[in-house]
Design a protein around this ligand. Structure first.
Ligand code: AMP
Ligand code: ZN
Ligand code: FE
Ligand code: FE
Length: 288
C-alpha cells in the first residue's frame, strides 16, 4: 500500500516523524510520504526510522506548501500543494518555506490576540514553544481543547477557527504557479492536495487546473476523504484529459484528525511515474 500524504509533529500532526514511519508500516504501508506543512524538518528522523525497518519500506520525502490559487471566477482561494522529492536546500525552497513559517507565526499572534480579548486564555509563545513546528490552526485548536473552550480540535475548526469567522486570520500564501515553479526548480514534483475539499471553502474551476497543468503541475490528489464520489470521478476524468497523475492519500494528522493511515492510497504505477519525474532527492529505502 502506498500513502503519499502524512503529517508528523514537525508540523501539525501529533506523532514524531519516526513514529509516523512505524505506524505506517504497522498499517501495512510499503511506501509513505512525509509531507509536513511548509517544512522539511521531519525528513531526517523519518529517514533514520526507515533505515531500521524490514526491507521493502520506502520513504518519499515531501512537504505541503501553503499556496493561493485563482479560483477561475475572479477570486482567490487557499490551495495546498504537495511537493515531492525536491532538494530541501535549494535557495528558492528555503526562502519560500521560511516566509510561510513567519507568516504562520504572525497569523497565530493575531488569532490568539482576538481570542484573548474575548477572555480565552491562549498564549502564542506557549503554543510555539510546545510544538517547535510551523504553527497552524490545529495547534490553536489543541490549546482551545485544553482550556475547555471546545471538546475537540474538530469542534474548534467548526467554531473558533472557521474561515471567515470572528477569530480567523488569513495568511499570505505563495501564488500557486510560483510554488509549482519553485518545486520544479528544486527537482521536485508538484501534486495539488485535495483540490476539491469543498467543506473547507470555495474551490477552483477545472480551467484553473488545466492552466496549471500547462505550467508544471504533475498531478491531483483525487482520492482524499474530503472529496465526494462525484468529485473524485470528475477529477479523475480531468487527470486523464490533462495527462496528470491521480494520487490518493490519507492526509494523516495523528490525534488532530480522525482519518487513519492508508484510508486512501495511490496506485504503484502512479508512484513510479511520479518518482521518474523527480531529480531533487532520492527515495529512502529500508534494508540498504
Ligand atoms: P492552517 O494551515 O493553519 O490554516 O490549518 C489547516 C490545517 O488544519 C490543515 O492541515 C488541515 O488538514 C487541518 N484541518 C482542517 N480542518 C480540520 C478539522 N476539522 N479538524 C482537524 N484539522 C483540520
Ligand atoms: Zn495539517
Ligand atoms: Fe492540506
Ligand atoms: Fe495535509
Amino acid at each position: 500500500m502506498i500513502d503519499l500524504h502524512l503529517h508528523s509533529n514537525a508540523s501539525d500532526g501529533t506523532d514524531d516523524p519516526d513514529d509516523v514511519v512505524r505506524l505506517a508500516v504497522d498499517a501495512g504501508v510499503t511506501t509513505l510520504a512525509l509531507t509536513d506543512h511548509d517544512t522539511t524538518a521531519g525528513w531526517a528522523a523519518a529517514a533514520d526510522a526507515v533505515a531500521t525497518m524490514p526491507s521493502g519500506v520506502r520513504l518519499v520525502r515531501g512537504a505541503e506548501f501553503s499556496t493561493a490559487s485563482p479560483d477561475g471566477r475572479g477570486g482567490t482561494v487557499s490551495a495546498h500543494l504537495l511537493g515531492y522529492l525536491f532538494d530541501p536546500a535549494h535557495p528558492a525552497i528555503l526562502a519560500d518555506q521560511e516566509r510561510l513559517r513567519e507568516e504562520r507565526t504572525r497569523r497565530m499572534a493575531v488569532m490568539t490576540e482576538r481570542l484573548r480579548a474575548d477572555g480565552y486564555d491562549v498564549d502564542p509563545a506557549a503554543i510555539a514553544a510546545r510544538t517547535g513546528a510551523p504553527v497552524g490552526r490545529p495547534h490553536l485548536g489543541r490549546a482551545l481543547v485544553e482550556i475547555g473552550a471546545v471538546d475537540s480540535v474538530g469542534d474548534a475548526f467548526d467554531s473558533f477557527l472557521a474561515k471567515g469567522g470572528r477569530y480567523y486570520e488569513p495568511k499570505a500564501d505563495t501564488p500557486i504557479a510560483d510554488a509549482i515553479a519553485t518545486i520544479r526548480k528544486a527537482g521536485g514534483v508538484a501534486v495539488w492536495a485535495h483540490p476539491w475539499a469543498r467543506l473547507r471553502g470555495d474551490v477552483i474551476e477545472p480551467e484553473v487546473i488545466a492552466d496549471l497543468a500547462g505550467r508544471g503541475l504533475a498531478g491531483l490528489e483525487v482520492d482524499h476523504r474530503d472529496h465526494s464520489p462525484e468529485d473524485r470521478a470528475r477529477l479523475r476524468a480531468l487527470t486523464r484529459d490533462l495527462d496528470l497523475l491521480a494520487t490518493g492519500s490519507s492526509d494523516y494528522h495523528g490525534a488532530n484528525k480522525t482519518i487513519p493511515i492508508a484510508a486512501e492510497t495511490t496506485a504503484p504505477e502512479v508512484l513510479d511515474a511520479l518518482v521518474e519525474q523527480a531529480t531533487g532527492a532520492e527515495i529512502v529505502t529500508s534494508g540498504q
